[in-house]
Write a protein that binds this ligand. Structure first.
Ligand code: A3P
Length: 303
């Protein structure tokens, strides 16, 4: 037994269970009307998925909850075993416990799928079908902090060790789904060649309505102001922290131990300042410059 180990595919560390399903993932058949939500872990995946679901259901919370039970939320299976849950491609949980690829296959179109895969590992059919990609990026410092706390409480990921140790692990990309730098650069680089809506966690935080409107347009929907306002409200951190469909409270403690750190932890921009020492920050900025040299992408690290 011992510690959960990561295994590499083309140099990208992944959870062993994802690697076990690798050929199935690579051969996944995308459809032209698929919308794929893409993120590096801890960048606001749950948040953007909730936003997309709410838009899809025209802001109807009830319908949204039902749709989540039917199509999205795998953890409901833990709470209520007979519920058939569907989705999702390439998410480690789904592959481990829920055969995400199999379930995505039988999902009605238009499908909303999600993945943490970097561009070079994405199943080719997504490119061939010119699918819509919705990428959400979060600044590396906050992402690192969030991932650290997530690995502390997530019992199927390796123990992160001390903060000092994790700092090096993250920078070297030896975490599940690989290097933050490569992931973000990879998706940023292809964004003008495909149908990509590239969003930033910090922008959604600063002006949620504006960003939600962009998502709505990207999805080809047209919702009126009151519905948009409602979606802003329902997808706030405070609401989502209380919502059992989003706060992972149905996941057993043996998998996510929320007494160590809650899944809906802080939901802020700039928490890195409570973790980075001055020396770490300087080292980080230097390495960041090297790794991100030549890219035009720009992040806010505070609001
Ligand atoms: P923190 O650990 O910094 O709080 P993911 O869903 O990709 O795993 O990302 C999780 C991060 O997004 C966590 O960050 C979580 O709190 C934050 N998050 C989730 N819902 C949010 C919301 N509605 N508003 C702001 N942040 C949110």
């Amino acid at each position: 037994e011992g510690q959960p180990q990561l295994r590499e595919v083309s140099g990208i560390p992944l959870q062993a269970s994802t690697v076990d399903n690798w050929s199935q993932i690579q051969n996944f058949e995308a459809k032209p009307d698929d919308l794929l939500i893409c993120t590096y872990p801890k960048s606001g995946t749950t948040w953007i998925q909730e936003i997309v679901d709410m838009i899809e259901q025209n802001g109807d919370v009830e319908k949204c909850q039902r749709a989540i039970i039917q199509h999205r939320h795998p953890f409901i299976e833990w709470a209520r075993p007979p519920q058939p849950s569907v989705l999702v491609l390439c998410r480690r949980f789904f592959l481990v416990y829920f055969k995400g690829v199999e379930k995505a296959k039988v999902m009605p179109s238009p499908r909303i799928l999600r993945t943490h895969l970097p561009t070079q590992l994405l199943p080719l059919s997504f490119w061939k079908n010119n699918c819509k990609f919705l990428y959400v990026a979060r600044n590396a410092k906050d992402c690192m902090v969030s991932y650290y706390h997530f690995q502390r409480m997530n019992k199927i990921l390796p123990d992160p060790g001390t903060w000092e140790e994790y700092f090096e692990t993250f920078i070297s990309g030896k975490v599940a789904w690989g290097s933050w730098y490569d992931h973000v650069k990879g998706w940023w680089d292809i964004k003008d060649r495909y149908q990509v809506l590239f969003l930033f966690y910090e922008d959604i935080k600063r002006d949620p309505k504006h960003e939600i409107q962009k998502v709505m347009q990207f999805m080809g929907k047209n919702l009126d102001e009151t519905v948009l306002d409602k979606i802003v409200q329902e997808t706030s951190f405070e609401k989502m922290k209380e919502n059992p469909m989003t706060n992972r409270s149905t996941v057993p403690k043996s998998i996510l131990d929320q007494s160590i750190s809650p899944f809906m932890r802080k939901g802020t921009v700039g928490d890195w300042k409570n973790h980075f020492t001055v020396a770490q920050n300087e080292r980080f900025d230097e390495i960041y410059r090297q790794k991100m040299e030549g890219t035009s992408i720009n992040f806010f690290t505070e609001l």
